[in-house]
Design a protein around this ligand. Structure first.
Ligand SMILES: Nc1ncnc2c1ncn2[C@@H]1O[C@H](COP(=O)(O)OP(=O)(O)OP(=O)(O)O)[C@@H](O)[C@H]1O
Ligand SMILES: [Mg+2]
Length: 368
């Protein structure tokens, strides 16, 4: 067991790192400190095996100063600096920096930085796309299902995963036979690999669907690392893995967003939606997503602009808009109630054409 002390002053990053550390079998968290002096006092008395220090600590003392002081207070302690891609740091053992962990690195990178045995990397072939919005009811499920079907129709191998472990709705908007198996029927960890193909349901036009748990109480059976592993295993055999996400930024959502290669952030031209998107983007930046994976805006119900414009939104959120999807209550609600994605059942509607253009933009973006 390695005792790891975390020195981090941003609560969300601290929580994220703690949950990553909790998943490491050979690691025990010795504590979390947000103040330099208390951190160094704890290192001096407890001599942890490893300290993780945020390079971007706010305040008078920088992460680098703390690294040096820890080196002299406890020379046996391994010092790992945590940073983001925009602030590259090189290991400098003479300056007290033994290793660097770049957010949003995965479990393997963290294990290497901590000096514990990591798991073997998976052989990812496809792109994992998380469809996320901080606001519930913004159209994530409608967009995920129809995007998966359009990409499939264009000849790609596509998997659609319900990332919503409680009250997920993918199963309700497709004609899923009763008793179809779901993610809760999978064994955990790498044993998942052998059973995954048996659990997948072949949905419309050959989209492979991994359903969420059928019952709300089963949500707690699903651990965040297993949700991420399911995504990675799907990406071994599919060109695109589309994941419909929950809105709440809890551990399960973060596991999906961490694993994703691309995040589609769904917004509408409403101030509340834009402001919550801003808050989500700030969190993504703190987690190091910026520069590490594309984040693209999808404007749903874009015809209700209420004084906002695409250019204005791109400027306000400093991210590109990849698609604008119009409102069409009739087509969307009919397609949901008949459980037939409108991109297949009503191909000539403006909303289906907008989904086509969306898929086009996405595929082009991925080739870049
Ligand atoms: N462009 C649109 N035109 C008409 N209706 C739409 C449109 N987008 C979404 N809707 C409607 O809005 C409702 C919410 O959409 P959806 O379920 O896809 O949102 P969600 O973000 O997945 O919600 P939740 O957060 O609950 O998972 C649906 O009933 C759907 O009919
Ligand atoms: Mg939904």
């Amino acid at each position: 067991m390695k005792r790891v002390l975390l020195i981090e002053d941003l609560p969300q990053v601290a929580q994220h790192l703690q949950s990553m550390l909790a998943r490491e079998q050979e690691v025990e968290v010795a504590g979390v400190q947000s103040q330099a002096d208390q951190a160094i006092a704890q290192v001096s008395t407890e001599k942890p095996d490893v300290v993780l220090i945020d390079a971007l600590l706010q305040g008078k003392v920088t992460g680098f100063d703390i690294a040096k002081r820890i080196r002299s207070a406890s020379p046996g302690t391994r010092v790992v600096i945590v940073t983001v891609p925009q602030r590259p740091v090189d290991p400098r053992p003479d300056e007290g920096i033994d290793a660097v962990f770049v957010l949003p690195g995965g479990a393997n990178e963290l294990a290497v930085a901590l000096g514990v045995g990591g798991k073997a990397a998976t052989r990812v072939r496809g792109k994992m796309i998380a469809v996320y919005s901080p606001k519930g009811g913004s159209g994530k499920t409608m967009l995920s299902v129809n995007l998966a079907c359009v990409l499939r129709r264009r000849g790609h191998a596509v998997a659609l995963m319900d990332g919503v472990m409680q009250f997920g709705s993918v199963r309700h908007v497709l004609q899923v036979p009763p008793n179809t198996r779901s993610i809760v029927d999978l064994p955990t960890g790498q044993a998942m690999r052998t059973s995954l193909s048996e659990i997948l349901w072949e949905g419309p036009s050959g989209v492979a669907v991994l359903l969420g748990p059928p019952r709300p109480e089963e949500a707690e059976l699903m651990q965040p690392p297993d949700i991420a592993t399911a995504m990675q295993l799907l990406a071994e055999n599919h060109d695109y893995v589309i994941v419909d996400c929950p809105s709440r930024l809890a551990d399960d959502t973060l596991a999906i967003l961490d694993a994703a290669n691309l995040i589609l952030l769904v917004v509408t031209y409403m101030a509340a939606s834009v402001n919550n998107a801003r808050a989500a983007i700030d969190t993504f930046e703190a987690l190091g997503y910026k520069g590490a994976k594309p984040i693209l805006l999808v404007v749903n119900q874009a015809d209700t602009a209420a004084g906002m414009s695409k250019g204005g939104l791109e400027h306000a959120l400093n991210l590109p808009v990849v698609a604008e999807i119009p409102t069409d209550w009739k087509t969307v609600s009919e397609s949901l109630n008949k459980q037939q994605p409108f991109v297949l059942a009503q191909q000539n509607t403006p909303i289906a054409k907008a989904m086509d253009a969306f898929a086009n933009g996405l595929v082009t973006q991925q080739r870049k």
